[in-house]
Design a protein around this ligand. Structure first.
Ligand code: ADP
Ligand code: MG
Length: 272
């Protein structure tokens, strides 16, 4: 049976190490906790993170129509190349094969009915991004950045790529925004402050929110249970939950606009 995915959300960044996988995983978790049926797809074929961040699962099985049944964990349907092949094997694949593999992870997986499929894209602007953008009806992209000014250039590049393939950039998340010292309660803006908001303004996209640096975020990522699931009352988890709610509202607006545009397109030829 073909899957029915209501909202296809790409999580992207201009460069690696800004917390894209962390944000994708925790946003997906927060959407699932809010009652939406949600899938999380790791499209980072060279550097899959989801098997680490969500922990090992039972091996994916083949279902009807030879589709792969995605393992389920903490209420999320999961798929990553890391669940299917040895990570070192994928390292020798070249551009078109990478893009083919990412496409198959969408098409050949029995996602079923999903409110959201959250896709953790590889860093940068390569074949995988372009292919997914062109092959599927993508709702929009969420860009992840850190607050410093230099990160802005990368974000602009990512947005330009989505513009070219007519994917709407829904908004921007600023990760590693600040650190609240548990010893003295003071806030430290380790990578500067305000960069994400300024970038969102410059790009003309929504600023979805900021996530603090918290040791628990990394510890949970390494331990295989996202902070939103393990410590829902932590500052970072509350941020991710608020950002997911913002994203949900935005997606609703975007869908209404899209439906109106499509309706106009249907009516227009009759009027002419
Ligand atoms: N808000 C945060 N607080 C603490 N550690 C974080 C935070 N966001 C990400 N990290 C850690 O930073 C590292 C890079 O994050 P990751 O999500 O893998 O980045 P990317 O997917 O962009 O390469 C990981 O070890 C992750 O646990
Ligand atoms: Mg990653």
């Amino acid at each position: 049976m073909a899957s029915s995915i209501k909202n296809f959300i790409l999580v992207a960044s201009g460069k690696g190490g800004v917390g894209k996988s962390t944000v994708a995983t925790n946003l997906a978790m927060a959407l699932a906790r809010a009652g939406h049926s949600t899938g999380l797809l790791d499209a980072d074929i060279y550097g899959p993170s989801i098997p680490t961040m969500m922990g090992r699962t039972e091996s994916p099985r083949a279902g009807e129509d030879k589709q792969i049944i995605p393992p389920m964990k903490f209420g999320l349907k999961l798929m990553s190349i890391g669940y299917l092949v040895d990570a070192s094997q994928a390292m020798v694949w070249r551009g078109p094969m990478l893009a083919g593999a990412a496409t198959q992870l969408v098409q050949d997986v029995a996602w079923g009915e999903l409110d959201y499929l959250v896709v953790d894209l590889p860093p940068g602007t390569g074949d995988v991004q372009l292919t997914l953008a062109q092959k599927f009806k993508v709702t929009g992209a969420v860009l992840v950045t850190t607050p410093q000014k230099v990160a802005l250039v990368d974000v602009i590049r990512a947005k330009t790529m989505f513009d070219k393939v007519r994917i709407r950039t829904l908004g921007l998340v600023e990760n590693m925004s600040y650190f609240m010292c548990p010893d003295n309660g003071k806030r430290y803006d380790i990578f500067g402050t305000g960069g994400g908001e300024a970038a969102a303004r410059e790009l003309g996209v929504e600023f979805l929110g900021r996530v603090p640096i918290e040791p628990a975020v990394r510890e949970c990522g390494d331990a295989g249970e996202p902070v939103v699931s393990a410590f829902p009352e932590s500052e970072s988890a509350k941020s991710f939950t608020a950002i997911a709610a913002e994203l949900g509202k935005l997606v609703e607006v975007v869908n209404v606009e899209r439906a109106e545009r499509e309706q106009k397109r249907r009516i227009l030829p009759i009027v002419q």
